[in-house]
Structures are given as C-alpha cells and as structure tokens.
Design a binder for this molecule. Structure first.
Ligand code: GLU
Length: 408
C-alpha cells in the first residue's frame, strides 16, 4: 500500500516548483503543526475493556481554525490522517473558506460495535482531545463511517467538559443538534456543480455521457442520484463489496431499492457483476471514484478508458497514476476541488452556529453554487495559464492563499 502522506508531499513539491514557492514557506508546509495520538479505552458490552488508537492531525491554521473530518476505519494510520489533513488545508484554500486543514481518525471497524460501544468510543475520543479543539481552534466533522449522530455525541461531550455551549465546535451534526440544512448532500451537490462547469467547457451532452461511480456511501450514492437527475447515464456503481454494470444505463431508483432489500448490489437483474477494480476500467466517459484513496495507481492507470475523472474520494489517484492519466489526456478534477462542497457547507454550519442563525436548504445551496463555480473557474484559468493539470492548478491557487497568510 502506497503511503498517502508521501503522495501528498510529491504533490506539494510539484506545485512548489511550478509557482517557485518561497523556500521557508515550503519547509513549513511539509509537515503538520501538531499531531495528537491518543488511546481510547472503551468498556465493551461484554464488560471487557478494549483500547482503540486515535489521531488528530492539525496541519495548518493560517487561513482559519483547523478543519476536517474524523474517520472510523480499520486502515486508519498516522500517515493517512496526516495526508488527509494536508489535503483539507489545500481544499479549504481552493474554495477560499476561512478554515485551515485538519483530520482525525480512529482505528476501528465501527460495524462491529454496538450503538452503546460506538457512543462510548466517540465520547472517549473527545475526552482525550478536547483541550485542543473548539469553534475558534479546530472544528472536526464526519468522514468515512462517522455520522451526524456521532457528531452530536461529540459536541455534547465537548460542551460538558468545557462547561458551556460551543455548537460550532463540530459540524455535520443532525439538524436537531444544530446541523445545517443541505450538509448531508453537500459534497455530492458541490461535485455536480463542478461537473456542470466542466460540461460547459468540454461541450458534454449528459444524455450521451456514461458515468461509472465507485462507492455508494454519502458521496457516491448522492452523486449517482444527482447526476442521473441531470440526465447522465450511470452505467456502473459499487459498494465496498463490489459493483454492477449495465452498458445502456442503470435505473438508479431501482438499484437503491434493490440494495435496500437485499443489502447488496450483486445479482441486480439485467446488470453484470463487476469488482471494484474492474469498475475503474469500464467503458464510460466519466469515472467518479467516491470511496478510498489509492484506487488509480501505476498498475491500472493506463487501462482507464474514461476521459474525465472526478475525484469525489480523497486521494484516489497516486502521483504516478496522475502522470499517466495526464499523458493520455485524461482530465482529472482533483479531490480538493471536486469534493469541497462538503467542507464548504460545514463552514456554513459553523457560521450559522456562531451567529445563532438557521438558513434554509435553498439559502445554503444558493451560497454554495457560486463558490464552487468560482473555485472551478480559478482552477481552470490557472491550469490554462501555466499549462498544467487541474490538480497542480488547484494546489498553486491554494498554496498562494495559504502562503500569503503565513507570517515568518
Ligand atoms: N470529511 C469531509 C472531507 O473530506 C468533510 C470535512 C468537513 O466537513 O470538515 O472533505
């Protein structure tokens, strides 16, 4: 498995060269400001105590409080969390929100925990990191396998320890817990705004454009719904166990119903079962990786048939694969732009909490759309100006902003 933090540093180095970045700033940006490593003991339902390892990486706060999700997954590692916190710094600066970069994680297969165990783990993690977070310091949020309910427990635990309310300490909360309308679909909605802009540039006709989506969680699932509503032909989709493919397009309503009934995609009538690896190489104009990092690598990049890759997952393409895709003229819309709608609406939630306001879903998306359109336009313009990839362009744009705020 490739080290995601090394990948992130390769991306940083490339951007630093293109923009001739000040060496002192480059040195500062090569590592996180602070990394917390914690052990979280949890009394399991059996009475036995299990100790889980958790992390919080605070990469950089030049633009505003550290910001980023908390991931619950068996493969969480220090390097993964560091990489993800670095990408959050770039992401927030790409869309120009007043937030820095952070990320957390716990090594756990949360599907194996009871609801009570999950609550004790989530509260226990906050007990270990609470002094280093806060609405003006570091603002966590959901990521893989963490939910609005978990965010609610975390906010409650934090406020108990703090002794007073601070609803903006965590975003991605349920509406009843101070969450924002639109946060659940925001990542996918932001991705769709970006796809619409790209479609204008490339003259894409949705009805004639096939899309393959890897992942069916909060991001991939909503992406499938929204893109099919825009008229795109979703020919393939997968969950963590595998996927399905139908050359002339899947009826997404029926696919979601089938998954709800059977718990899996396998055996969906009229479609062919495919593995997650096979899905990436199918015949489709747009490929939307919406699951894990390191999916498109040096091993499969040359087999990708899509002409456009929209990275809704964080870090799905390795730097070597990026080069191969660029050589084949594949346009990669980088994660730091494509999936930035989630953190942008998190920022709106934080703003509403801080000002004690409640915005409607209409207000939220009316603010999100121009921000995504603007970020896309800036990245596109930078890519044309330097004749570089969209990823390099997003990094150049974002690092310019972060660097201008660093005082040395
Ligand atoms: N986990 C999401 C991401 O990777 C959202 C982070 C947030 O809302 O702070 O962008």
């Amino acid at each position: 498995m490739q080290n995601p933090f090394e990948n992130a540093l390769v991306q940083l180095e490339k951007a630093a060269k293109i923009m001739d970045l000040d060496e002192n700033i480059y040195e500062i940006l090569k590592q996180p400001d602070r990394v917390l490593m914690v052990s979280v003991p949890v009394k399991m339902d059996s009475g036995e105590v299990k100790v889980f390892s958790g992390f919080r990486s605070q990469y950089n706060n030049a633009m505003g409080p550290y910001k980023g999700g908390i991931r619950y997954h068996e493969n969480v590692s220090l390097d993964e969390v560091r990489a993800l916190s670095f990408w959050m710094m770039i992401k927030c600066a790409t869309v120009n929100i007043p937030m820095g970069g952070g990320k957390g994680g716990i090594i756990v297969d949360s599907k194996k925990l009871s609801i009570g165990e999950l609550e004790r783990l989530s509260r226990g993690y906050i007990q270990k990191i609470w002094r280093e977070i806060g609405s003006d310091k570091d603002v966590p949020a959901p990521d893989m396998y963490t939910t609005p309910q978990i965010m609610g427990w975390m906010r409650d635990e934090y406020e108990k320890l703090l002794g007073h309310a601070d609803p903006g300490v965590i975003t991605g909360k349920a509406i009843a817990d101070g969450g924002s309308e639109g946060r659940e679909t925001a990542t996918a909605q932001g991705g769709v705004y970006v796809v619409r802009e790209l479609a204008k540039k490339l003259n894409l006709q949705p009805g004639e454009t096939k899309v393959a989506i890897q992942g069916m969680g909060n991001v991939g699932g909503f992406m499938a719904k929204l893109l099919s509503a825009d008229g795109y032909k979703i020919v393939a989709i997968s969950d963590s166990k595998g996927g399905i493919y139908k050359e002339d397009g899947l009826d997404m309503g029926a696919v979601f119903e089938f998954k709800k009934q059977t718990g899996s995609l396998s055996g969906f009538v009229g479609a062919q079962n495919v593995s997650n690896e096979e899905l990436l190489e199918l015949n489709a104009e747009i490929l939307v990786p919406s699951a894990m990092e390191n999916q498109i690598t040096v091993l499969n990049a040359k087999n990708i048939k899509a002409k456009i890759v929209v990275e809704m997952a964080n870090g799905p393409t390795t730097p070597e694969a990026d080069e191969i895709l660029a050589e084949h003229n594949v346009i990669v819309v980088p994660d730091v732009l494509a999936n930035a709608g989630g953190v942008t609406v998190s920022c709106f939630e934080w703003e509403q909490n801080n000002k004690n306001e409640r915005w409607t879903e209409g207000q939220v998306f009316a603010k999100l759309e121009p921000m995504m359109v603007q970020a896309f336009g800036e990245v596109w313009e930078t890519k044309e100006r330097y004749n570089i990839t969209m990823r390099a362009a997003a990094f150049v744009k974002a690092i310019e902003r972060v660097a201008s705020k660093i005082k040395i």
